[in-house]
Design a binder for this molecule. Structure first.
Ligand SMILES: Cc1cc2nc3c(=O)[nH]c(=O)nc-3n(C[C@H](O)[C@H](O)[C@H](O)COP(=O)(O)O)c2cc1C
Length: 427
């Protein structure tokens, strides 16, 4: 199949994101934690001239996976005494380890960079890590010290985040942006940015069809990305702010992207279409689950102990699991009071007649399940992924390359999706 040859139809390749002396293809691959928007995917987006994202979720754990460090084991051993208790007082991260893990993970990717694009990191405020300000400051500084091109502040209001990194020598060099789901949240952030005299370079407006955690309540169906995007871009224009506006959530084809670029978006942020690429960090089995999903398999649930709704596939192994809380090795969601909603849910779940814990219905141990890729979080349109590839004789779907998906966004017309060249064998 080829794209229609009608040259009157606009394509993403007609647009560029211009930032100072740099020029990017206006495709940003969103941060997907834990280690789903892996280094390989971020590097590929960068090589192709767009912007890729690392995620800093569970950095020390990800460092252990790639850099042969032992942060998780060391933390687990240090806190072995609370393993059989639900009182996690005293469980904390070693800030030096956290900083080194961040610098090394970012540095490893930045050193491998090729092409004219950029690599940003997604930093979630909701990863409170038993000491919210100290650990966030450490992660932000670690990312800047590791040479990251840009920081996307996500999952939270980030009232103090700009201040926390304002003393870093790269604070005014690296790009900094925030993800919001309302004009109200954006205005609150702008007030905190004004206090350190540093406006964000970009704002990602994430609508209710996105993957991961949502910035909406259970009334998410009442919101529409286009409406929020227009509100934010009108405000940016009215206030004459030099801030790039980037929509995200449900931008599935190049033509969807062009609609926003025509309305003044600087770029689009996309993620779900890249989950079934070779470079994505999900295991091969999970990629096939994403391909096979039908619309009825997708749910928005309150199972995340962060308190935000999360979109995921119903068959995710994290649903109805009963794993013992894993705060000693992990503990990424512990608040400064050393509490996590999963601890309460686990405590409130009875045991059966043999003393075995029944399934914990309300919440999941997010650290454990994300470490195992047991939570199949996805954008609403995950069920359209099967239309982007071939089903092979063994019933599996052919994985795509990130380059293929990137180019499909770049050149697609009239909502058409170019299928890859068919391979002979399964994945
Ligand atoms: C598997 C997956 C994991 C995600 N994880 C995160 C995350 O850790 N932090 C975050 O801010 N956004 C996360 N997102 C949201 C994306 O970065 C992006 O903004 C959004 O999914 C774009 O919509 P689309 O998936 O419909 O293209 C995730 C999305 C997916 C699909």
């Amino acid at each position: 199949m080829r794209y229609p040859s009608d040259t009157s139809m606009s394509i993403v390749d007609n647009y560029r994101l211009r930032w100072g002396k740099s020029e990017y293809i206006p495709i940003m691959v969103g941060g997907m934690g834990v280690d789903i928007s892996a280094s390989a995917l971020a590097l590929e987006a960068c090589r192709l001239g767009g912007i890729g994202h690392l995620s800093d979720a569970m950095g020390p754990f990800v460092s252990d996976r790639y850099l042969n460090t032992k942060y998780t084991k060391l933390k687990s051993m240090r806190h072995a005494d609370t393993r059989n208790s639900l009182d996690k007082t005293g469980v904390h991260f070693d800030l030096e380890h956290l900083h080194t893990a961040q610098v090394d993970l970012v540095g490893r990717t930045m050193n491998a960079k090729t092409g004219d694009g950029a690599i940003f990191i997604n930093v979630m405020e909701k990863l409170t890590m038993a000491a919210p300000s100290d650990t966030l400051r450490t992660r932000l500084h670690g990312a800047l010290d590791g040479g990251i091109d840009g920081i996307t502040l996500s999952a939270g209001l980030h009232n103090h985040s700009m201040k926390l990194m304002s003393d870093n020598p790269r604070f005014r060099d690296a790009r900094i942006g925030i993800i919001v789901s309302s004009l109200r949240a954006f205005k609150i952030f702008l007030r905190s940015a004004a206090r350190v005299d540093r406006l964000p370079d970009y704002v990602i407006v994430e609508g209710p069809l996105a993957g991961g955690h949502l910035g909406f309540g259970d009334d998410w169906r009442e919101y529409d990305l286009k409406d929020i995007f227009i509100e934010v871009i009108d405000y940016v224009k009215q206030e004459e702010l030099d801030i790039v506006v980037i929509p995200a959530g449900g931008v599935f084809t190049g033509t969807d992207a062009v609609e926003y670029l025509e309305m003044g978006a600087g770029a689009v942020q996309v993620a779900t279409r890249f989950t079934i690429t070779d470079e994505c960090g999900l295991p091969a089995k999970a990629k096939q689950v994403y391909f096979n999903a039908v619309e009825e398999d997708v749910e928005v649930s309150m199972i995340s102990p962060t308190g935000y709704p999360i979109r995921l596939l119903k068959e995710s192994p994290c649903n109805n699991a009963n794993i013992k809380p894993q705060c000693e090795p992990f503990g990424y969601i512990l608040g400064k009071d050393q509490k996590c909603q999963y601890l309460t849910a686990y405590e409130n779940t009875p045991v059966d007649e043999k003393g075995k814990k029944l399934p914990v219905k309300d919440k999941m141990c997010i650290c454990y399940h994300f470490s195992k890729h047991n939570c199949y979080t996805c954008g609403h349109y995950v069920y359209r992924l099967k239309d982007t590839s071939h089903q092979l004789p063994d019933g599996s779907y052919q994985l795509l390359t990130a380059e293929h998906v990137f180019n499909d966004y770049l050149y697609s017309k009239d909502h058409q999706i170019l299928l890859p060249e068919k391979v002979a064998a399964g994945f």
